[in-house]
Design a protein around this ligand. Structure first.
Ligand code: HEC
Length: 113
């Protein structure tokens, strides 16, 4: 393989990786991402993005990016209830995630997506 071809392959791999992982949590004033939001990102990537899209923009499930969810659910408790109990084609996560994990993923969608 020529160096040129190899470089092109590496670019494709790098872009592919960027597209398939959810948006990073921005770092705070201490230079670290909020650990709860980082946990929410992991949960989002493993449990939610398959239906809601890598960036939460919607796919099988609706758009759950910050503007959509904070408009529809001004109180986060109403959003965590949907995640815990499920609704129609949305599976219930109350028996698979702890309340703290549900809160973390809800915060990630509200504050990062
Ligand atoms: C199997 C596909 C699927 C998975 C996995 C899934 N969802 Fe959903 N989700 C849906 C669908 C479909 C709806 C729309 C439900 C309805 O029509 O009432 C929905 C609705 C929602 C809503 C309400 C949106 C609104 O506009 O009212 C939220 C919030 C939500 N999902 C969050 C999550 C989170 C967080 C996860 C991961 C823990 C997740 N979903 C995983 C399919 C999924």
């Amino acid at each position: 393989m020529s160096h040129r071809t190899l470089a092109a392959v590496l670019v494709v791999v790098a872009l592919g990786g960027a597209c398939s992982s959810p948006p990073e949590v921005p770092v705070g004033p201490d230079g670290q991402p909020d650990p709860v939001l980082a946990q929410g990102r992991d949960i989002f990537g493993s449990r939610c993005s398959s239906c809601h899209g890598t960036s939460g923009g919607g796919n099988r499930g609706p758009n759950i990016q910050s503007e959509a969810v904070t408009t529809k659910y001004p109180d986060i408790a109403d959003q965590t209830r949907v995640i815990g109990e499920g609704r129609n084609q949305m599976p219930a996560f109350g028996n698979r995630l702890t309340p703290q994990e549900i809160e973390a993923v809800a915060r990630y969608t509200r504050e990062v997506l």
